[in-house]
Design a protein. Structure first.
Length: 569
């Protein structure tokens, strides 16, 4: 999907979780305090014409956002492109404030209806729906494993990959208690924050790099102060990428969770913020062994009230940075690096301080590593890592004909399976079980022009494509196929063959040297001749026998799928 902001890194800061507020701003709304955590976001969406007030000088930050409104703000963010035609929903009206946005979002495949005929424009948009919509907008990238939310089991199956993607890329921090609250309604303040981060998180700038001496190779140190663990994790990623040493800035009086609670009047951070004389934090140590041997020093910290957390100041004041290249980095849920690096450079008085970079609180290792690579620091070579088992990717095409679990037609029931009240395509469900069992990444093959969900229309279009040997265009792409050794590829059996969009897929990518493991769902024909077809399309790949499951058995096939995947290991 080509949009003017597709190259932007996507970020959703759904809630600030134990973080310090950013710069105070004047919002012009009587119900948005200048120091509210969402104040900057409200100003941003207002100034950019994405969201406005509700009247009488109010923004209503705690109000809910409807499905129609979220579709409309995405449409506005895309530049409100011209649309033609009409949507297929019986509960929307043409000529309304949302009609263009709903039509555009549905045509782009971003926001589906709650059924084939209902969009539910006035229903609140849930947090898992927001994650899914933006995941689709990002091209449906594969999710990343990691720590589960405490309420992971409440996340709808259709949204699980989207939520993993969001969290794995530092997009979602969740709510207190490590909860995602998937069915919760996103407030207008949360949505404003989502939009600001989604549209302004730019690709990291490459700072000026120092001249690298030929001998000896530069020695790198990563120094960090971490209040909640986020900065420590990012610092660890930097150190691993550069084979660097680390040094933790540790206050003599450690900060407790109560100390860090900026919402509590009189908490330690509030007292220190209000009285600068309290910010001279005593550290357990400011002395780094072999300090003179380090040519490059990274300094990391969380952002507190728009500046570096003040324990960082104590370390900077105590050390001489003469002759060193210093690269600051910070973690925050919404605030940027701002002037924090400049202020630290002024405090140090010595050293070649670089531009630095801000990361979200849950930034992924790949995001941090890519930034480090862009600096071209030429670190001393590390010992080669131990050989690791190749990564796996699950690719699938699935076309469920409804998302409504109630009152299905026979055709709709044949194409879907209902798991925990959620409607999934037969092949979609199979793919998700394989992904979970194999610990693989996931990529969904989706057409640029969405297929119709009406059974008769879908059948006619699919037969026409097959008769014309068509190659439907695919939305999105696999970012780096070279990362994967084993590719599971799933599809339904359509009249004894793969859907034609699978031919598009195989002709798009070169699977030479890869292991391909097919899987499919069917109404009685099994694989037909599709495995032979795949072998012909990919002669330089190892195509294995796969697993085929009848649509009549898929509802209770989970254990069969799990056992099959485990047998492959």
């Amino acid at each position: 999907m080509k949009k003017r902001f597709l190259s932007i890194l996507f970020a959703l800061a759904l809630l600030l979780n134990a973080m310090i507020p950013a710069y105070a701003v004047s919002t012009g709304f009587s119900d948005v305090a200048s120091d509210a955590w969402y104040a900057q976001a409200v100003t941003y969406v207002q100034e950019n014409g994405l969201m406005s007030g509700v009247g009488a000088g109010r923004f209503d930050p705690n109000g809910t956002t409807s499905r129609a409104m979220f579709a409309t703000v995405l449409y506005r963010a895309a530049g409100s492109p011209a649309v033609s035609g009409s949507d297929t929903f019986a509960d929307t009206q043409e000529g309304t404030w949302y009609s263009g946005g709903v039509l555009w979002a549905s045509q782009q495949g971003l926001v589906n209806g709650v059924s084939a005929t209902r969009f539910a424009p006035n229903d609140p948009v849930s947090r898992e729906q927001i994650a899914t919509i933006l995941w689709r907008h990002a091209g449906s990238p594969s999710g990343q494993g990691g720590q589960d939310f405490a309420d992971e089991g409440d996340i709808a199956t259709y949204a699980s990959t989207a939520v993993d993607w969001a969290r794995g890329n530092g997009i979602v921090n969740g709510k207190p208690g490590n909860r995602f609250d998937p069915k919760g309604n996103a407030t207008r303040a949360e949505v404003a924050t989502i939009l600001q981060n989604y549209l302004t998180m730019s690709t990291p700038d490459v700072p000026d790099t120092p001249d690298t001496p030929e001998e000896p190779e530069p020695s790198v140190l990563v120094v960090y102060f971490s209040a909640s663990g986020s900065t420590q994790r990012v610092g660890g990623y930097i150190a691993e990428a550069l084979n660097a040493d680390t040094f933790a800035i540790t206050p003599a009086q450690p900060y407790t969770s109560e100390d860090l609670n900026w919402t509590t009047p009189g908490s330690r951070v509030n007292r220190e913020h209000d009285d600068e004389s309290l910010r001279n934090i005593e550290l357990t140590s400011t002395t780094v062994s072999n300090w003179d041997s380090y040519d490059t020093v990274f300094i990391g910290y969380p952002i507190w009230w728009g500046i570096a957390a003040w324990p960082t100041d104590s370390f900077v004041k105590a050390n001489d940075f003469t002759g060193k290249t210093v690269i600051p980095f910070c973690t925050s849920s919404s605030s940027g690096l701002g002037q924090s690096g400049t202020l630290l450079a002024e405090l140090a008085g010595t050293g070649n301080w670089q531009t630095g970079q801000r990361f979200s609180s849950g930034a992924s290792e790949s995001t941090v590593t890519d930034w480090v690579k862009s600096l071209d620091l030429n670190p001393a070579p590390a010992d080669p890592p131990p050989a690791q088992e190749g990564r796996s990717l699950v690719v699938y095409f699935s076309q469920p004909e409804t998302t409504d679990p109630n009152n299905m037609t026979t055709e709709e029931d044949n194409s879907t399976v209902v798991i925990n009240g959620q409607v999934l395509g037969n092949t979609q469900y199979m793919a998700q079980v394989i992904q979970e069992t194999a610990g693989a990444d996931l990529f969904r093959i989706e057409p640029q022009t969405p297929y119709p969900t009406d059974h008769t229309t879908l059948v006619a279009q699919a037969r026409t494509e097959q008769g014309n040997n068509a190659r439907p265009a695919i939305k999105g792409s696999i970012s780096s196929l070279s990362d994967y050794d084993t590719i599971y590829i799933g599809y339904p059996n359509w009249w004894g063959d793969m859907p034609m969009i699978l031919y598009t897929f195989f002709e798009t990518y070169d699977f030479s040297g890869k292991t391909i493991i097919p899987f499919n769902t069917h109404g009685g024909s099994g694989f037909s001749n599709t495995i032979s077809t795949i072998k012909g399309l990919e002669p330089n790949a190892a195509v294995k026998d796969g697993l085929s499951i009848s649509r009549n058995s898929i509802q209770n096939a989970r254990q069969e799928i799990v056992d099959w995947v485990n047998s492959l290991k």
